[in-house]
Design a binder for this molecule. Sequence first.
Ligand code: SAM
Length: 348
Amino acid sequence: MRELIERLYREQTLAPGELRTLLLECRGEDLDFLMQKARAVAQSHFGNRIYIRGLIEIGNCCHNDCFYCGIRKSNRHLKRYRLDAETILACCRHGYELGFRTFVLQGGEDNYMNDDRVTEVVTAIRTEFPDVAITLSLGERPTLSYKRFFQAGANRYLLRHETHNEAHYRRLHPEDMSLSNRLRCLNDLKRIGFQTGTGIMVGSPGQTVDHLVEDILFIEQFRPQMIGIGPFLPHHDTPFASCPPGSLTQTLTLLSIFRLMHPQALIPSTTALASLTPDGREKGILAGANVVMPNLSPVEQRKNYALYDNKASMGSEAAEGLRLLAQRLAAIGYEIDKSRGDYPGKTL
Ligand code: SAM
């Protein structure tokens, strides 16, 4: 196991069978060793500094029906909301004062948020805050829409592929969605010039170790600038309500593998990981993550952006809890970095 980890550290790649072994057998002291190596790589590029992104959940209306997601259109028990442009800008102003220099606008796939409305918001943020990075996470769109968002001043886009295996994709999504369209979107985003993020949920229903190996190989060849990895967590009003959450060990193993394979990538320690276990944020950072995304949405809406049960959005998970976050990071030897935190390498 140690030899495999050393080789991954040196060569940034392993054969599929070796990745499989790592995923299945790296436990206890071996996992500590893997995480230590991943941490060393993250520190060699980013020091002991953690970038912060202000997450603004702009709406929970969605025309998709992904089986895992609490804001899927079939969930009739959710209070739906949309933030208007002025509210989104107010969140940005609040965030800017707190020191955020990246805003992430995430939301369900909502026809109301058409190209004109998204472009208008992006332009307004870009005009008022020329020095911030604007990240969008608004799902699958036509090529032209992505071009418009980029021209309006958006810099980054997050779109997890969720799984690179066709059969597994079908297990997670209804008929009207397709893996090929998701991959088309990712290729578009990268070609247009976005710093592009992709990723998966760990332990999503039906996922096998072989699927995870496929995901690792896809991400290896796609070379995203950002990699989003968090555990699947069940939501009580979805078809997967009684499925178990993804495992902490597997999430940390994957975070470390991705850090070793993509030394310069921006890798968040996700809210889902923080929601899985009380010190999840810290564990993710100790496994090689270098980004956190505190919640900057209006407090009264946070509970309605319910992707899964028991979502952490207050205290050190909240933008207004930055001091608490700083204390928790200091306790593990890290500090907040308030710069924009762009991808340090070449983008294409
Ligand atoms: N609709 C856009 C999209 O699909 O990229 C953005 C919003 S979507 C809710 C953001 C991410 O939430 C998804 O990529 C998915 O990985 C994650 N997510 C949804 N349901 C989840 C669950 N039950 N557990 C963990 N993560 C979940």
